[in-house]
Write a protein that binds this ligand. Structure first.
Ligand SMILES: [Zn+2]
Length: 241
């Protein structure tokens, strides 16, 4: 029949293993969630950039067609001028050609500006798209790694949880609560060995009288300095000398 502290020491081994495994799963889930978030943000940015590229392409096409129309009109007016004999009509026609020249100049300047803008927007979109591809691949790799981790650890976690349930049945309720509280507050280390009179949790020497009491393993004794549950193992004592 194991003493309470012996059961707790075994329980702690199971709990430490469970803690490491559930942490590994949680970290994997955290990485996948972070990458999902990054992919969503990047997708939104790429969509916005794609819309902008589309709008600029439409503006460019519109300017090009207006420019072509103005150039055709000017060619037509210049042809007509050669046939005009009336001074007044000639003056009006020349004025019209001047206005068309001005319009063409403005359209050309606008077109150059839009083309430059479109070039920059396209380069930006390409950058966003390639980053999105990279992030998506990274997310897929993390998700695959998580599935692998779950596949590997899932059944072990289940087995250890069952073992834990069985072990904890043998621990008194008050002691169980105390153990769980210390385990969670003291970084997953609630039961520690005392070797050569020294607590292995905090490296402090326990008073000799208490040390004698611990060696009897009759009831659970807390370390006076770190408040962990002290455990004495005869064979460990001999091994350490
Ligand atoms: Zn201690």
């Amino acid at each position: 029949m194991s003493t309470q502290i012996e059961v707790l020491a075994t329980l702690q081994q199971v709990d430490q293993s469970l803690r490491a495994k559930t942490l590994a799963v949680a970290e994997g889930e955290g990485r996948v969630a972070g990458l999902e978030e990054a992919v969503r943000g990047q997708t939104a940015a790429a969509t916005a950039a794609r819309t902008q590229v589309g709008e600029l392409a439409a503006r460019q096409a519109d300017l090009e067609s207006r420019l072509a129309a103005a150039e055709a009109k000017m060619k037509d007016r210049r042809m007509r001028i050669t046939r005009i004999r009336n001074d007044k009509e000639l003056g009006l026609a020349r004025r019209e050609v001047d206005l068309l020249k001005e319009e063409i100049g403005t359209l050309e300047a606008d077109l150059v500006a839009v083309m430059e803008e479109a070039e920059a927007a396209t380069a930006k979109l390409q950058g966003l798209d390639s980053e999105l591809t990279r992030l998506t691949a990274e997310r897929d790799a993390e998700a695959a790694a998580l599935r692998e981790t779950l596949g590997r650890l899932g059944s072990e976690i289940e087995r250890e949880r069952a073992a834990r349930t069985k072990l904890i049945e043998g621990v008194d309720g008050e002691l169980r609560r105390k153990y769980e509280m210390i385990f969670s507050r003291r970084g997953g280390l609630a039961v520690v060995e005392v070797r050569g009179g020294i607590c292995q949790g905090c490296r402090m020497r326990v008073p000799p009288q208490l040390y004698n009491e611990i060696q009897r393993n009759e009831h659970v004794i807390l370390c006076p300095s770190c408040q962990r549950m002290l455990f004495w193992r005869a064979e460990a004592e001999e091994a350490s000398g």
